[in-house]
Design a protein around this ligand. Structure first.
Ligand SMILES: Cc1ncc(COP(=O)(O)O)c(C=O)c1O
Length: 467
């Protein structure tokens, strides 16, 4: 253990140096050939190596090549910097190394608390056992949609787990074109068929057109199909739009559909000053995906599936073989009965640490700060003749494009993110929005400043001149 003690102290110093200096280094840079060869071409050592050597290798070949999301000028996709408290306790979770499938040890008990905290933060109902931590929102979505599928099948008089879906009317799900790809992947994985995922049109603010939703459901019912789920978004990845959740809940309620909300990124946005009206109806959902590893900054990966009726998830997943029967389990049973994972990592510790370190006010401060940055960038874009705002700002994402000339704007805007990334001063990514190639910046970093926003626009101008 002396070796671990010494190397551990050194690892802590390396970690702190890395995090302290992150803003002084390029946001991102390509891995040069020499280090690439080291990363990809190593042979498994014949005999084990010393801990200190491993740290030196990590310092030399790994830490210099981050994805970039620790940097205050990383605005790509939806990737946050790690919260220091989360970083701190990751080794403790590894030292304990439990499987949080269930049982009477710290992991499952702490996970119950963390899930309750997350539900409470966003105002989602929390019955005992009403959720579980996952690898991310993709897995949370699989859990929620599998639960919805089984509930719909049971309500129609058959058991989808036992019989599968063959020979039954197709189950139909409704998502806007702004809905995240994980909703489609989950539907495909669950055997629903991509063709049975309807694309509901959006309004000018990229929010679900609820009149169109209603008409599509009616048409599918007339055609003998089985509408079973509508998935709204609380913070789309393209523009941060929040669907009209209250109206969607009304429609879902009137047709008896499962109402799922993808709040992976944006659910916490409800905490921002003045944002609550946009989120009205979130609390009416049957399930909510919310990723602690996004806005909160819990080190990757930690998602969360919140469930209004936990028993429905248990009905969709519970399968307890004789070697896993726990006579001492409480009424809720094991977490492994509510999802596909059996061995489950101790995700709750880093989430507990992050939430405790921030406190409710710290979470709100982070959300207010980053939504404020998105609004400020939108105002800067609107004032600049060579930029155009493409969507209203609801959360912490600003969608816009560069319009320095009349033609070739799609090709230009498509090329800009890569050209800016290569310069190393700012990292952001593009998308397609409303038929345009678009630029988007997502703010999640507590240390990003308004000065960084000016640098972003300048970097775009400079990069565009070279294209
Ligand atoms: C809105 C939204 N939903 C779902 C996901 C998928 O989450 P994960 O990558 O944690 O599986 C993302 C990821 O960025 C997202 O932004």
């Amino acid at each position: 253990m002396d070796e671990l003690r010494l190397a551990g102290a050194k690892a802590a110093a390396i970690m702190a140096d890395h995090l302290e200096g992150v803003g002084d280094r390029p946001v991102w840079r390509p891995v040069p050939d020499g280090d690439l060869a080291w990363l990809t071409g190593q042979e498994l050592p014949e005999t084990g190596r010393a801990l200190d050597d491993l740290l030196e290798d990590a310092r030399a070949h790994v830490l210099p090549y981050p994805m970039g999301n620790g940097h205050p000028r990383f605005f790509g996709w939806v990737n946050s910097p790690p919260n220091p408290a989360g970083v701190l306790v990751e080794p403790l979770a590894a030292a304990l190394n439990p499987s949080v499938a269930g049982g009477d040890h710290a992991g499952p008990h702490l996970e119950r608390t963390v899930v309750r905290w997350l539900a409470g933060l966003v105002g989602f109902p929390h019955p005992p056992g009403g959720g579980l931590l996952t690898s991310g929102a993709s897995m949370a979505t699989v859990i929620c949609l599998a639960t919805a599928r089984q509930r719909a099948a049971l309500a129609a008089g058959w058991d989808a787990r036992e019989e599968g879906l063959a020979g039954r009317p197709p189950m139909v799900m409704y998502v806007t074109e702004e809905g995240h790809s994980c909703l489609h992947k989950a539907a495909q994985l669950l055997g629903l068929g991509a063709r049975n995922v309807r694309t509901v049109p959006v309004d000018a603010a990229y929010r679900m057109d609820v009149g169109a939703l209603r008409a599509m459901i009616a048409e599918d019912l007339d055609a003998g199909l089985r509408p079973f789920c509508v998935a709204g978004s609380a913070g789309t990845v393209n523009s941060g739009a929040v669907d009209p959740l209250d109206e969607i809940a009304d429609v879902a309620g009137s047709y008896g559909l499962w109402f799922h909300v993808d709040g992976a990124y944006g659910a916490l946005g409800v905490l921002a000053d003045g944002a609550a009206p946009h989120y009205a109806g979130l609390e009416r959902a049957d399930s909510l995906a919310l990723d602690p590893h996004k806005w909160l900054g819990v080190p990757v990966g930690c998602g969360c599936a919140l469930l209004r009726e936990p028993a429905a998830a248990r009905a969709a997943f519970s399968l307890v073989p004789s070697y896993l029967i726990d006579d001492n389990a409480d009424d809720l049973g094991w977490f492994a009965e509510y999802g596909p994972e059996q061995t489950r990592p101790f995700r709750a510790l880093k989430t507990w640490a992050t939430l405790s370190y921030l406190g409710r006010t710290g979470v709100k401060r982070l959300v207010d700060h980053t939504t404020g940055l998105a609004r400020t960038l939108a105002a800067m874009v609107e004032q600049a003749p060579d930029f155009e705002l493409l969507a209203p700002v609801t959360t912490s994402i600003t969608a816009f494009r560069h319009i320095p000339r009349p033609d070739g704007l799609d090709a230009l805007n498509r090329a800009i993110p890569g050209a800016v990334q290569a310069r190393g001063n700012v990292f952001f990514t593009g998308t397609r929005l409303g038929g345009h190639e678009a630029l988007r910046a997502c703010f999640l970093h507590p240390d990003t400043t308004e000065r960084d926003l000016a640098i972003l626009l300048d970097e775009i101008r400079v990069a565009a001149k070279s294209l």
